[in-house]
Design a protein around this ligand. Structure first.
Ligand code: C2E
Ligand code: MG
Ligand code: MG
Ligand code: MG
Length: 277
């Protein structure tokens, strides 16, 4: 009885709000400290083709938090995006990815390995100097632009679309290709998709899960694959976890994959090990 009362005891509304606000402020402070103490790392999830060749890797941000351990970027990226903190995190990601690509370039990479991709936040893309920032990092680190790919989501449609297209075109002319991430989950306008200089569609994990037994997912994935083919774009499935899902994707004509069935995200050293294996 006492336990029950304690559990049900609700805070007044304004106290709930101020608690949330305080949590938010302290979380923001923690992100700042994490940057200062170099607690962020980049891990890499390998991508494969249907012949089991590694064709690339996606850089995924990891915060090695001494108290909480690893937390998904899906938790702190949105918080960082509410302030300029996202720009500091993004600079770290870009610089670290370039340094790692430079190391990869010094290895005897398999011919099939094309590039490393990084995730770009909507705020980054909204900056006028977005393309120049990427180009400068490539030059400064002396890497090939062909070895870096950027991933953007459809959320760019909600910003200055003309500016975004201009930036992506500038990067494309420089040799940096662009992928549309989580395709189908955002506000996609096919009219804009046609104008984006993107070379790859990433089928969102939510459409890949149980594709072999979920008729709607099967239909959606089929449509995305056909769309990519007719727009002369490549297509990759994300979140492939089982052999059955893989078999369905092959049957639909999708030949690039990423997911736990193939590999979890790896530390850079583990990525190098599996490239050398
Ligand atoms: P995303 O770009 O769609 O990345 C794929 C996410 O799916 C990653 O989660 C990855 O670990 C997870 N994943 C991959 N394969 C599987 C699978 O087979 N099953 C399951 N259940 N999950 C799988 P993660 O690392 O937690 O990242 C979540 C999101 O955070 C990313 O989604 C991306 O939008 C964002 N993010 C990650 N790194 C960065 C970054 O450096 N910058 C920015 N702006 N966003 C980032
Ligand atoms: Mg991504
Ligand atoms: Mg994705
Ligand atoms: Mg996703």
């Amino acid at each position: 009885e006492a336990f029950k009362r304690g559990k049900d005891k609700a805070l007044p509304y304004n106290e709930v709000m101020s608690k949330q606000l305080n949590d938010h402020i302290s979380y923001t402070r923690e992100i700042k400290q994490a940057l200062a103490f170099n607690e962020f790392e980049l891990h890499y999830q390998p991508q494969y083709d249907h012949l089991n060749n590694m064709i690339g890797a996606e850089a995924l941000l990891r915060w090695n938090n001494p108290l909480r351990g690893y937390e998904s970027p899906a938790v702190y990226i949105p918080i960082a995006e509410e302030s300029d903190l996202i720009m500091q995190i993004s600079s770290y990601v870009l610089q670290q990815a370039c340094e790692d690509i430079r190391k990869l370039q010094q290895l005897p990479l398999p011919d099939t390995f094309k590039q490393v991709s990084i995730n770009i936040s909507a705020k980054q893309l909204a900056k006028h100097d977005f393309a120049d920032t990427i180009i400068l990092a490539i030059k400064k680190n002396q890497i090939s632009p062909l070895h870096l790919k950027i991933e953007i989501t459809e959320s760019i449609m909600m910003g200055d679309i003309e500016l975004s297209i201009a930036c992506l075109e500038k990067l494309h002319d420089f040799g940096v290709e662009c992928a549309i991430d989580d395709f189908g989950t955002g506000y996609s306008s096919l009219a804009y998709l046609k104008r984006l200089p993107a070379s790859l569609l990433k089928i969102d994990r939510s459409f890949v899960t149980d594709i072999h037994k979920d008729p709607s997912n099967h239909a959606i994935a089929n449509m995305v694959i056909k769309l990519a083919n007719s727009l002369n774009m490549e297509v990759i499935a994300e979140g492939v976890e089982t052999k059955q899902e893989l078999d369905s994707l092959i049957a639909l004509g999708c030949y690039q994959y990423q997911g736990f069935y193939f590999s979890r995200p790896l530390t850079f050293n583990k990525l190098v090990e599996s490239l050398e294996a």
